[in-house]
Ligand binder design. Structure first.
Ligand code: ADP
Ligand code: MG
Length: 224
């Protein structure tokens, strides 16, 4: 079974102005799939659909089905959804909401009503994975851009989703953070997790099993 599947997805923000249509995508377990395409073609919009931000927070006209491990995304509660799929965007400042690193990472697990012990373990593990354990009590605002992106990723990983969406998440990272995140993606793949990554740079093709191209409202697979 595919971890992530889009079947004949079409979307428009306003009636009569289609952004893309009849999009079919699949990401298998343990697979990393890259989506590339020109600015403004709808890549971020597609990511928003795959994690439920559309239609939960942003509305539009949707057709087709999105399946997470075979389950229709529309049937999932928010709590189940965030444990299945996590997303990292380009700009961590849009994704960080709390004064300290610990608060940021704790927020997701706390909302799942996990035990104190489990929440503590999740925080420790997430910080270890992104190599930011020493920054646990630090104020997020004092961190560098790359460090903030690592914390945003840590907050996602603390929910242990089996599908990760990265929307140009590398674009402003320094080389240390880039290598670290690439290592994390490799480890996630080994765990059988699925990665869907919007990425125009050729530098990260080594991570991918398959590549899709988006253009003029269509998506198709290209040979690697
Ligand atoms: N919330 C929104 N409401 C209306 N139009 C939007 C919204 N978000 C993005 N768009 C428009 O949809 C198009 C695709 O945007 P986006 O998905 O961000 O493309 P990409 O990520 O490929 O650069 C753009 O023309 C953008 O202006
Ligand atoms: Mg985008």
């Amino acid at each position: 079974m595919n971890a992530l599947e889009g079947r004949q997805i079409s979307f428009s923000y306003r009636k009569g102005t289609s952004l893309f249509s009849q999009v079919d995508i699949q990401v298998g377990q343990g697979e990393c799939v890259i989506l590339r395409g020109p600015s403004g073609c709808g890549k971020t919009t597609l990511c928003h659909m795959l994690v439920g931000i559309i239609p939960r927070s942003i509305s539009g006209e949707i057709k087709g089905d999105i399946l997470l491990f075979g389950q229709d995304i529309r049937t999932l509660s928010l709590a189940r959804l965030v444990q299945k799929v996590g997303v990292l965007f380009q700009n961590p400042d849009e994704q960080l909401f709390f004064p300290t690193v610990e608060d940021e990472i704790a927020f997701g697990p706390e909302n799942l009503c996990l035990s104190r012990k489990e929440i503590g373990l999740r925080i420790e593990e997430a910080l270890e994975t992104v190599q930011m354990s020493a920054f646990r009590l630090v104020e997020t605002e004092t961190l560098s851009y790359g460090q903030k992106q690592l914390i945003a990723l840590g907050a996602v990983l603390a929910l242990q989703p089996a599908i990760l969406i990265l929307d140009e998440a590398f674009s402003q990272l320094d080389s240390f953070s880039t290598q670290l995140v690439k290592g994390i993606i490799q480890a996630q793949k080994k765990m059988g997790h699925a990665i869907f990554m919007v990425e125009n740079s050729e530098d990260h093709l080594d991570l991918a099993e398959r590549v899709y191209e988006m253009h003029d409202g269509r998506v198709w697979e290209v040979a690697l």
